[in-house]
Design a protein around this ligand. Sequence first.
Ligand SMILES: Cc1cc2nc3c(=O)[nH]c(=O)nc-3n(C[C@H](O)[C@H](O)[C@H](O)COP(=O)(O)O)c2cc1C
Length: 395
Amino acid sequence: MRLNQCHNFHDFRKLAKRRLPGPIFNYIDGGSDDEVTYRENTNAFDRCDLLPSVLRGVSEVDMSVTVMGQKLDMPVYCSPTALQRLFHHQGERAVAAAAEKYGTMFGVSSLGTVSLEELRQKHKNPQVYQFYFHKDRGLNTAMMQRAKEAGVEVMMLTVDSITGGNRERDLRTGFSIPFRLTLGGMIQFAIKPMWGINYVTHEKFRLPQLEEHVDMGGGASSIGGYFTDMLDPSMNWDDVAQMVRDWDGQFCLKGIMTVEDARRAADVGCTGVVLSNHGGRQLDGSRTPFDQLAEIVDAVGDRLDVMMDSGIQRGTHVLKALSLGAKAVGVGRQYLYPLAAAGQVGVERALGLMRAEIGRDMKLMGVTRIDELTRDNIRFRGLPPNSISAHKGAA
Ligand SMILES: Cc1cc2nc3c(=O)[nH]c(=O)nc-3n(C[C@H](O)[C@H](O)[C@H](O)COP(=O)(O)O)c2cc1C
């Protein structure tokens, strides 16, 4: 199987699986506990049907949106994900460049493997910095300062990872940084020698956002150790309010799921929330962002930008989320499998296919602008047509 034979999410996933050692593939591919939420994230879109309008003159389609103060050429952005150079030696460089090609935003994780400064200097498209909250308040201030000085446009504080999710696939393979593989895990590396050759012949693996502060050399200071020793589970709304004041710019919370929390986010001055369950990697059994989207848009959509991620694989998924009132949507595995499969050209192909799907689907829906998508365009199976209140466009 080759890249030009990849036509959708599942094809990229298959190719990534062929290229990656099992423990790394399963780190990307896995969710927490029984992976119920992970599966439901995508299933949720299938419970909602699109209602196309016809004969509307759709020769020119404009799919641009403005979200968190940033103009994006397409309504999909690359959500921040950890450890990208482990998946392909180009890592974040490939994702940032592909996102730039398609005029969209990309996220850099606190656990990113290329420095946020390098990426900000090289690319013109908007950049998100994904933040974890540390016990050491001085460290938090220093990191925000660093992102501010680099010119990062959007600060995104992840709030659904107050403790690590139970990823049993990783327990079985022994995936951790540094590697502490089980015998089975080692064998899986041995049968994918090309990955190993690439890994050792390219620039050394680093975590530049953290290396000044955390020794990733091993022992207690592994990534697992970072989560338990350095992140602060006592983080609360006062801390967020302080961070929002310190950042003094576009600030969103990633991992909001309730109306009450979304209201509090608006109250403390956040300019956006991302409905997310971390791609089913944290609390298994939690509701899907798509199922919860209408409630949150109705409660706070006039006060801040509501976005969502988790489970998005298709252009039609994007249109359904935007019809409910999301301003834009994030993807994770949708670009990570292509990254693992082929680096930058892989991510470009995936974003290009997504763009083509959205354009085609908009035409088939009879809309030429994103703000023409409304709740009139969708129906939830088994529910009467007026069961979700009218929402007129993503505006
Ligand atoms: C391999 C992997 C690593 C991730 N790392 C981070 C991270 O460092 N910080 C973060 O806030 N979210 C992280 N996420 C979550 C993504 O930002 C996003 O919420 C999720 O992938 C969306 O679900 P999807 O993969 O179904 O699109 C990660 C997701 C994956 C799959």
